[in-house]
Write a protein that binds this ligand. Sequence first.
Ligand code: CA
Length: 227
Amino acid sequence: MSEETVVVIVEDDPNIADLVEMYLRRDGFRPYQANTGERALEVIEQRRPKLVLLDIGLPGEMDGIDVCRTVRAESDVPIIFLTARDDEVDRVLGLELGADDYVTKPFSPREVVARVKAILRRADGPSASDRPPIIEVGEHIVVDAGRREVTVRGDAVALATREFDLMQHLAERRGLALSRRQLLDGVWGADWVGDDRTVDVHVRQLRKKLGDDLALETVWGVGYRLD
Ligand code: CA
């Protein structure tokens, strides 16, 4: 990880922010802090981070969700939410904010750094020379892994990072029943500590966004299969 990798930590609890900053710094990142939503937008604008860690509950006019919406309007910088409660997780996932990941407090700073690295590895992506193929799923859906684009009947559908990753993973394994665990390992990585619900939520989003043309079946007692 290069020394130039700027990460912005948006967190109003100085103890948490300082701890995460210390761990990031130790791993060679260049962290900057912001303790309100308004400040976060300034710092992100100034520092052009490679990734943003974003607390949801923030003092002032803007909470983390507002910040995410505002940032997403003009940037696809990876965002990891720092959530305090389980219901915040549901809210974050349900809002389709395009967050790339989340960690629930209390978290270990080591875990946060591991997530940051995993997301950045993913964001770097494969090089142009090994551009993966275009996969046709059924008659109407095309997954273009190189452009990270899914089209339904020719129209591009906006997917969050993980949603696309899941769709690509399923498309590459069409016809196979995959367990939630296999999907977690394959898409989120073996070191992911989240639960099966994460897969279900993302499957729900794919079904909603891709509609009836998506033949993504629930295989009872197993998981999911894309036909
Ligand atoms: Ca907070």
